[in-house]
Ligand binder design. Structure first.
Ligand code: G3H
Ligand code: 13P
Ligand code: ZN
Length: 314
């Protein structure tokens, strides 16, 4: 099975009420931890690469690692996706590099400019058989917007506008702003998601795949380890997993996770360094980090409901 686009994955996810996990990769250990987990759980997978990851690891290295993962797992559908593409040129480059899916994130621009940039990416990508994720609305915790300048609904995705946007651009999936945000500090108070926005968009765009960014949960286990072994993340707070599972049931087809992977790796490395200060073999701390990522991803696949769904997505 070669790399696949997300088309069939999203169709099945939508129809059967689960979501595909989209995990960020930056190096070999992270990729292996994720791929080992999906191989064991027989799960469809989206591996995503940000502009920063491309620069850090060098695209050619990351792509080669992913190609091996694809070759070694013929029964697992794997898509390779550009996360948060910030220009038409970068998206085109990724299409040329063999990505099967790209995201153009022009959500910070006025509606018309977002439409125009997205349209240009769609035109090029579709010509090459690549699918496009776009974004509408501004990510950010709801209470953060409440305290800010203006009212919350301005930042969340406007359902009517989403319909227009999808029609005008021809994008294949849409990242929506419903109260999540990137990173480890998503909420200062009670986490709250705007489920009604997901519900309205689903009603207006039946069958259309929606994407949830900023979906890490900041798991207590890793936060505690980091804080215990010299880290300082006391106020870190993520989206509770029950909230993610609820959003998935309402029509979210792709769930983006990066922070939780970073925290798992960091926690394990800190633990090894603290418990064995004389250790200096990278395999002795990256190995436990990779294992922690694997177990974390296995757990996430069950939260998303996609464990065991590889075959139906092929
Ligand atoms: O949403 C952003 C992802 O976590 C990627 O982050 O741009 O630091 O690689 P990055
Ligand atoms: P987290 O920071 O919550 O993991 O979100 C990752 C993400 O949205 C990548 O696009
Ligand atoms: Zn994101």
């Amino acid at each position: 099975m070669p790399l696949v686009t997300t088309k069939k994955m999203f169709q099945m996810a939508y129809k059967n009420g689960y979501a595909i996990g989209a995990f960020n990769v930056n190096n070999m250990e992270i990729t292996q931890g994720i791929v080992d987990a999906v191989a064991e759980e027989k799960t469809p997978l989206i591996l995503q690469i940000s502009k920063g990851a491309r620069q850090y690891a060098k695209m050619s290295y990351l792509k080669a690692i992913i190609d091996v993962a694809v070759r070694e797992n013929p029964d697992i559908p794997i898509a390779i996706h550009l996360d948060h593409g910030d220009s038409v040129e970068l998206c085109k480059q990724c299409v040329d590099d063999g990505f099967t899916s790209v995201m153009i994130d022009a959500s910070h621009l006025p509606f018309e400019q977002n439409v125009e940039m997205t349209r240009q990416v769609v035109e090029y990508a579709h010509k090459h058989g690549v699918v496009v994720e776009a974004e509408l609305g501004q990510l950010g915790g709801i209470e953060e917007h409440v305290k800010g300048v203006d009212d919350v609904s301005k930042h969340l995705t406007d359902p009517e506008q989403a319909v227009k946007f999808v029609k005008l651009t021809g994008c294949d999936s849409l990242a929506v702003a419903v109260g999540t945000s990137h990173g480890a500090y998503k909420f200062k108070a009670e986490p709250r998601l705007a489920y009604e926005v997901i519900e309205q968009i689903r009603k207006l765009l039946p069958g259309f795949p929606l994407v949830l960014h900023g979906a890490s949960s900041v798991l207590k286990e890793f936060k505690d380890l980091i804080n215990k072994y010299g880290g300082k993340m006391p106020d870190a707070m993520g989206v509770p997993e029950e909230a993610i599972a609820k959003a998935v049931k309402m029509g979210i087809c792709k769930v983006n996770i990066d922070t939780d992977l970073r925290m798992a790796l960091t926690a394990k490395i800190r633990q090894v360094f603290a418990e064995k200060p004389s250790e200096f073999d990278p395999r002795k701390y990256l190995g436990p980090g990779r294992e922690a990522i694997k177990e974390l991803v296995r757990h996430k696949l069950h939260v998303l409901g996609c464990a065991g769904k590889a075959a139906e997505c092929l």
